[in-house]
Design a protein around this ligand. Structure first.
Ligand code: BDP
Length: 663
């Protein structure tokens, strides 16, 4: 149960002193407005106080002098709230019901962390208007790139009737500030088109109702060729029958689910159908759907993960890194207002290290969301402990120079720079039917951290991790310190023992787990490292390479294009260099590879030692499940180390300076 409760543990407090200082605020709660979301907030407050303090606050409508007073103020920004303590009363003033819910979760977080409520005086406004999760659940019950068991939405093409788990998921998401979700995989397979037909629509509605109570709007992924599954001859966006099909669908859906969010679309990508089949571009494709949803205020979220996965670009003409920009930049401004492009954080595909997608900061006249992946597809598949917020924070704080120095990704995707009507951040979920939601217990931190970070990108990765550790494991300073030492360097550790210097991949094909240096090298998916006896890396420069560096604004383009200025950690993403090339760090490329790989394994050993020191402090279930995964991580780290080092030793023929054994 402890694992299942994730960051909502509400552990009973045994600190008399603390309990005394907060007692007045817990006595009563006064609220005058009534709706489902506020009701859920009150439930949560009641349950939390009862479990932590054995207190049941009286819920009243009149004003109170002791306790929590909740009021609405429509003049505040959307979903925002203020917390202010005056003597024995906390005033929670929110813009709307979502604001109330977030404010209550904020207070519960403070109580879980045993922080003072005495001098609260703050205003919280979410930076990103849309804070979304994409489920990649298939209706057969599997989760694409799922590393935490089966789907808890579907089994054998039916919705799972017991919806308790969805309810608990919605609570966890709301506590982390999430306000939108798409509930099926972007790869919509056969039979799944029925999600927008009578066969499943009532189930979709019931699921939507659960999420709505927690302030979360529901979306569905659709198959672009859905009309053809239903007997229409084509899916051409300019075809009248196709247009009528989508209009009828929109009408039918909104009749059942009036606040339905809209469609998420993966088109012309990795063998999915799309407008290209009919010689139409993506603006024509997306706008046709947008027109159908427009009368109801629905959105079309259109993914930019479009590249030719059947074309070998070793001729350097069609660098996969270029694809999103090449496809979508020429269409900037051609999309309707209720179309939102969804852009992966990097130009390739959620690797351990990539530059930021150059589309962000270039699209000036098109609404767009940034897409992260919480599921650790290329980052250890939730068997390895990798805290992702430090990586995401680098993306958000990247300076695009779009409107001169200081045009950061975080401000662009929040819609502030180009005054977008729709803006925000989306991420691929990492949950499943496993008892602890995420397989690796520490992968809970990535889900929690994602929500907190996109609510407020100014929070440090460390502050977010601290919140999670305290809520999840309690307030013992030794436990906190030890876990923080494991968590904070974990992304760097993973990078150390896997693919070096921004080159990415080197994984087994299709399932993407474990080292395989040449796995994709002679394959068509376009993810090469070009290692030979002389050197390694991809030349993406303007003069001699694929020209990808030219997609950035000139300040960044100059840095990436210039071998002497390109940051070490992205060197092999942008340049092909000899093994003896000297990095800014002073090391040669080959020595860097050897050193980081030996070091990465030692760092995993240190993580295991740290966890071992907590054996007495953590319940056996959580202790053992994490330990098992850490041991597996060590095994895999060694395999990565030996595979990578051996490969480059054989290619280069250069010995390790320190004479360590390389097989
Ligand atoms: C890749 C995954 C694949 C997804 C695809 C996508 O390997 O399963 O369908 O991304 O984002 O990373 O559409």
């Amino acid at each position: 149960l402890t694992s299942y409760r994730a960051w909502l543990q509400y552990r009973e407090k045994d600190q008399e002193k603390y309990t005394k200082t907060v007692a007045p605020y817990l006595k009563a709660v006064s609220v005058t407005v009534d709706n489902d979301i506020i009701e859920r907030a009150l439930d949560e407050w009641t349950v939390g106080l009862n479990e932590m303090f054995k207190q049941r606050p009286a819920v009243v409508r009149e004003t109170i002098s002791e306790g929590l007073a909740i009021t609405l103020d429509p003049s505040l920004p959307n979903e925002s709230y203020q917390l202010k303590t005056t003597e024995k009363r906390i005033q929670l003033t929110a813009k709307d019901a979502n604001g109330v819910l977030y404010g209550v979760f904020h207070l519960l977080r403070l109580l879980q962390m045993e922080e003072s409520l005495q001098h609260l005086s703050m205003t919280e406004v979410p930076k990103n208007p849309v804070r979304m999760i994409n489920q990649w659940d298939d209706m057969n019950g599997e989760v694409e790139r799922g590393y935490a068991g089966e789907s808890f939405f579907y089994k054998d093409y039916q919705f799972i009737k017991d919806r308790q788990r969805i309810y608990d998921y919605a609570r966890l998401l709301a506590a982390a500030g999430i306000n939108a979700i798409s509930i099926n995989n972007v790869n919509v397979h056969e039979n799944e088109t029925d999600l927008i037909f009578d066969r499943y629509l009532m189930d979709v509605k019931q699921t939507s109702d659960i999420f709505n109570q927690f302030g979360i709007t529901l979306f569905l992924s659709i198959n672009y060729a859905a009309p053809m599954e239903k007997g229409i001859a084509s899916a051409d966006p300019l075809d009248k029958d196709v247009q009528a099909f989508w209009k009828a669908r929109a009408q039918a859906i909104y009749q059942v689910i009036p606040n339905f969010g809209g469609f998420l679309v993966k088109a012309d990508s990795e063998n999915r159908p799309g407008p290209f089949t009919y010689g139409r571009n993506h603006a024509e494709g997306a706008n046709m759907l947008a027109e159908a949803l427009e009368p109801y205020g629905g959105l079309v979220i259109w993914r930019c993960f479009v590249y030719n996965c059947k074309q070998d670009w070793r001729d350097r003409q069609t660098d996969r890194a270029r694809a999103a920009y090449d496809h979508f930049m020429p269409l900037d401004g051609a999309f309707k207002e209720n179309v939102v492009l969804q852009i992966k954080n990097g130009p390739m595909d959620f690797q351990v290290r990539e530059p930021v997608s150059p589309l962000i900061g270039s699209l000036e006249n098109t609404n767009h969301f940034l897409e992260f992946q919480i599921a650790q597809e290329y980052l250890g598949q939730q068997k390895h402990l990798v805290y992702l917020v430090p990586q995401w924070k680098e993306v958000l704080s990247f300076d695009t120079y779009s409107k001169g120095m200081g045009t950061y990704v975080k401000d662009i995707v929040a819609g502030e720079v180009f005054k977008n009507g729709h803006a925000g951040i989306v991420a691929v979920s990492n949950v499943g039917s496993d008892y602890n939601w995420t397989g690796h217990l520490f992968a809970q931190l990535n889900l929690y951290g994602y929500g907190r970070m996109i609510w407020n990108p100014e929070l440090t990765a460390e502050a977010i991790a601290l919140e999670w550790v305290k809520q999840t494991f309690g307030n013992d300073p030794f436990v906190i310190k030890t876990i923080m030492q494991m968590v904070m360097p974990s992304w760097e550790i993973y990078e150390n023992y896997t693919s070096p210097l921004g080159i990415g991949w080197m994984v087994n094909i299709s399932h993407h787990y474990g080292p395989n240096i040449d796995g994709y090298e002679y394959d068509k998916w376009g993810t090469y490292h070009f290692a030979d006896r002389n050197g390694v890396g991809v030349d993406r420069t303007i003069e001699t390479g694929t020209g990808f560096t030219g997609q950035f604004h000139k300040e960044n383009a100059r840095v990436y294009n210039d071998l002497t200025r390109c940051p070490d950690e992205l060197l092999l993403f942008f340049h092909h260099v000899p093994y003896t090339h000297q990095l800014h760090s002073g090391k040669t490329v080959i020595q860097h590879i050897y050193d980081t790989h030996f070091r990465g394994v030692e760092q995993v050993k240190a993580m295991i030692d740290a966890w071992q020191s907590l054996k007495e402090a953590i319940d056996p279930t959580r202790y053992t499940s994490v330990m098992e995964r850490l041991e597996h991580q060590l095994y895999m780290a060694k395999e990565w180390r030996d595979t990578v080092n051996t490969y480059f030793y054989r290619k280069s023929g250069i010995n390790d300076l320190h004479g360590r054994t390389i097989y």
